[in-house]
Design a protein around this ligand. Structure first.
Ligand code: GLN
Length: 190
């Protein structure tokens, strides 16, 4: 099984390391042609406006919409979750607009710009280590979206079929369980 990590900007190497730890091959994706060779893709954290711009420049918007139409799983972490969302609060244009969630960027305020905590993630475990860095939150989920984790009453992880989103950075820990969960999703669709 080969899992891509969109490598336009952001935390790429860390995701690849955890994909390998969870037992699959991880590949950095820089060109749309490479999408034919992978079974699922992770859109990493970073800065969503920058990633979105680069995705438009390198034709990744249509290519990833097609990838999703084929039922291939996509996992967005932090900025990657913003890229997946159908609605970004206060912002006119979404990016991929694939997942029926509304997100709010930089939602945890200045004092809590970055922090770590253990989350109870449905389908994984009660103590999954999560690192939040200027993280977005999920304000609203549509029908068919399953909430997987909350932090102080706000939604921080969700799944809609073959789409997975997390506010935090699972790749900045050495805990590969969230990646293993995504690999199971990919296995189910193959
Ligand atoms: N604050 C960033 C954004 O809005 C996301 C932060 C991150 O990916 N760590 O794009």
């Amino acid at each position: 099984m080969r899992i891509g990590v969109l490598a336009l900007q952001g935390a790429v190497a860390e995701h690849i390391a955890l994909i390998q730890k969870a037992g699959a091959e991880g590949v950095a994706i820089k060109r749309t042609e490479q999408l034919d060779d992978i079974d699922g893709i992770i859109i990493p954290g970073g800065e969503s406006t920058t990633i979105g711009k680069l995705m438009r420049t390198y034709q990744f918007i249509d290519a990833l919409r097609e990838f999703s139409r084929q039922g291939k799983p996509i996992f967005g972490t932090c900025a990657g979750m913003i890229i997946l969302a159908k609605e970004i609060k206060g912002q006119e244009e979404p990016h991929l607009a694939l997942m029926d969630i509304q997100v709010e960027r930089n939602a945890f305020g200045r004092q809590r710009e970055s922090f770590e905590t253990d989350l109870d993630i449905k389908g994984i475990d009660k103590d999954v280590r999560a690192v939040f860095i200027r993280a977005p939150l999920i304000e609203r989920v549509g029908e068919g979206v399953d909430v997987l984790a909350t932090y102080r009453d706000t939604i921080v992880a969700a799944r809609q079929g073959h789409l997975l989103a997390a506010s935090f950075h699972p790749e900045l820990t050495d805990d590969e369980r969230m990646h293993a969960y995504f690999l199971d999703m990919v296995r189910e669709t193959r």
